[in-house]
Design a protein around this ligand. Structure first.
Ligand code: HEC
Length: 274
């Protein structure tokens, strides 16, 4: 998966817009995910109802009120981290910035700063009561995708690899995961971006989930051949575990979903041989 990552000069002065406390805080704390423009970034269409990976905040006032944003900033939610460490003043400044109710700084600013033109004039930032601003900032995380929203590179887009740790050689490499709609079109499995971990049992099976298609799979550890797969109630992005109870061996995985804009879940799913 390719990502566009761009550095930008945080002291750029294209427009004479002063940095407010809120926009400054947004730049340092939020823009890495929600983008400097606050527009977020689109997510893979792993399923049709997939929400955005990083939501667009430019119209957040239509969905959330002051109270709700404040709570969200304090508690976090899903992959949105908590900002409970920010002072109440900073939280208020951020909320005012998001809701566009921030009072203009008593400076030369000609236009109210908004997320589309948040540019810092160092003269204003200097000495003012603003948080520390590094000279360069990340422009936001944007995945490099094609017009159909698939990774804009040749598949495989995700693989499972067995490596001989003594020699460093690849023993086998297979695609991990698939897009059902591409399979339907007759394409071989492309693999998907994946975030999971494998376990290997004494019996020579390797269990791993971690893919967009929400499946848990068992591979033959010798060959990389898929010997079993099961569609979980939600994506499984944890490493499975295995245990014995009453003479039976189980494999269990947490199906929490949520990643990649997939639906969220809240179950542990356990499997045993009959
Ligand atoms: C590490 C990435 C990340 C950072 C940093 C981050 N967010 Fe988020 N934010 C998210 C994600 C992901 C969601 C969606 C959460 C969900 O799935 O419910 C979100 C959701 C939100 C929402 C709710 C949007 C809606 O329409 O429901 C608000 C408001 C928000 N973030 C504000 C902020 C602010 C303000 C900051 C900086 C103080 C910030 N975020 C920093 C990732 C991030």
């Amino acid at each position: 998966m390719l990502w566009w990552l761009k550095m930008r000069d945080s002291r750029m002065q294209e427009k004479k817009v002063a940095m407010t406390r809120g926009s400054s805080l947004f730049n340092t704390n939020c823009s890495v995910c929600h983008g400097i423009s606050g527009k977020g970034s689109p997510e893979a269409k792993a399923n049709a109802s997939a929400s955005q990976a990083y939501p667009d905040l430019t119209d957040v006032g239509k969905r959330l009120d002051r109270e709700q944003i404040s709570t969200l900033l304090t508690t976090g939610r899903g992959r949105m981290p908590s900002f409970g460490h920010l002072s109440k003043e900073d939280r208020d400044a951020l909320i005012n910035f998001l809701l566009k109710t921030e009072t203009k700084p008593a400076s030369t600013a000609s236009a109210a700063p908004d997320m589309h033109s948040s540019v810092i004039t160092s003269s204003v930032a200097e000495g003012a009561d603003f948080p520390y601003m590094p000279p360069y900032l990340n422009n936001g995380n944007t995945q490099f995708r094609d017009q159909d929203n698939y990774p804009a590179i040749k598949p495989p887009w995700g693989t499972l690899n067995a490596i001989n740790l003594n020699t460093g050689e690849y023993l086998w490499q297979v695609p991990l995961g698939e897009y059902p709609e591409l399979i339907k079109k007759g394409l071989p499995p492309t693999g998907t971006e994946n975030h999971g971990g494998p376990i290997v049992t004494a019996g020579g099976l390797l269990f791993i989930a971690g893919t967009y298609d929400e499946k848990l799979r068992a591979f033959d550890k010798k060959t990389g051949k898929i010997v079993w797969e099961y569609r979980l109630p939600a994506g499984g992005f944890a490493t499975p575990i295995t245990y014995m109870a009453n003479g039976k061996q189980y494999v269990v995985i947490a199906a929490g979903g949520t990643r990649y804009g997939l639906k969220s879940g809240g179950s542990y799913v356990a499997f045993a041989l009959p």
